[in-house]
Ligand binder design. Structure first.
Ligand SMILES: C[S@@+](CC[C@H](N)C(=O)[O-])C[C@H]1O[C@@H](n2cnc3c(N)ncnc32)[C@H](O)[C@@H]1O
Length: 277
């Protein structure tokens, strides 16, 4: 049993479910992420993960999403290595180690104080990397981040926990502060939000509540001045879908042909300012 005590509820607690699924992925014969640090963190935290009723077969869902965002992050950093990365709602994700950005990158992991407190206990420090203990909706948060460089915003499993007003306010704050940038994050449509509030084991067990839905990615272009949609990616596009047993894979592929289901959760990539390099 781990030695780090946790007393979390609501949205912050859900990060223990995604952490646990990354650890389960690491235990599989053919891991997608191969995140040994997640496994180590799971062991160090005193928490009853069985609360989420999650099985190894569910691990690819989180690992595929994380892998897709890792790929996009690497591509963005390859195009523009002198950026400030804001990893919002980072939870206990080890993306900064998986990506291992060059020294030219300044990387901030941001989440609620109770999450960052735990993060600092289970993960080491590294050069060019800082954690910020704050809600992403905290007024003044962005003023604490230097605005002298383009920004790369990465947010996995965060937007749906915000209210629409807070989500749009955050995006407007980012495009208003930095000279240019790229934003990559996942978003649920209204159907995905409703379904997750009722049936997502992590959301239900943690008594969290999802709110912000993006039904059409171009809605954000209209709501946030300067934001331009670059790409969208659906879960069923993932090359790693073959990690599912064939009945699940066929079910997912069949579901992927129903538009409202296909768009339940998707990855979005936007740019603003002169970030076209
Ligand atoms: C499902 S977890 C995902 C965590 C991590 N990104 C991952 O993939 O493992 C949701 C995360 O969003 C964070 N979160 C939700 N609302 C937030 C807010 N207003 N400010 C900062 N973090 C928030 C939670 O604390 C939690 O860490």
């Amino acid at each position: 049993m781990g030695s780090e005590q946790v007393n979390l509820s609501g949205a912050p607690e859900t990060m223990l479910a995604t952490l646990y699924l990354r650890a389960l992925d690491n235990r599989s014969d053919k891991p997608i992420l191969g995140d040994a640090q997640a496994e180590d963190a799971v062991r160090r935290i005193d928490y009853d993960y069985s609360k989420f009723r999650m099985r190894a077969r569910q691990a690819p869902s989180v690992a595929i999403r994380a892998k897709a965002l890792d790929r996009w992050t690497e591509q963005c950093l390859a195009r523009q290595p002198d950026v400030t990365v804001l990893h919002l709602g980072c939870g206990l994700d080890t993306r900064v180690w998986r990506i291992d950005p060059p020294a030219s990158v300044r990387w901030y992991d941001i989440d609620f104080p109770e999450v960052i407190d735990l993060r600092r206990k289970v993960f080491p420090e590294r050069d060019g990397y800082e954690t910020v203990a704050s809600s992403v909706t905290e007024p003044g948060l962005l003023d604490r981040i230097p605005d002298d460089r383009p920004v790369l915003v990465v947010a996995e499993g965060l937007t749906m926990y915000l209210s629409e007003e807070d989500g749009l306010g955050l995006l407007r704050g980012i495009t208003g502060r930095f000279p240019s940038g790229e934003l990559i994050f996942d978003a649920f449509n209204t159907f995905g939000v409703k379904l997750s509030n009722r049936f997502n084991p992590a959301v239900v067990a943690a008594k969290a509540h999802l709110e912000f839905a993006v039904d059409d990615p171009s809605d954000l272009e209209s709501a946030v001045p300067g934001l331009r949609l670059v790409a969208e990616w659906q879960f069923t596009d993932a090359p790693e879908l073959d990690r599912y047993a064939w009945p699940t894979r066929m079910l997912l592929q069949a579901m992927g042909r129903i538009p409202v289901v296909r768009r339940m959760g998707r990855m979005l990539h936007y740019r603003f300012g002169d970030a076209s390099r």
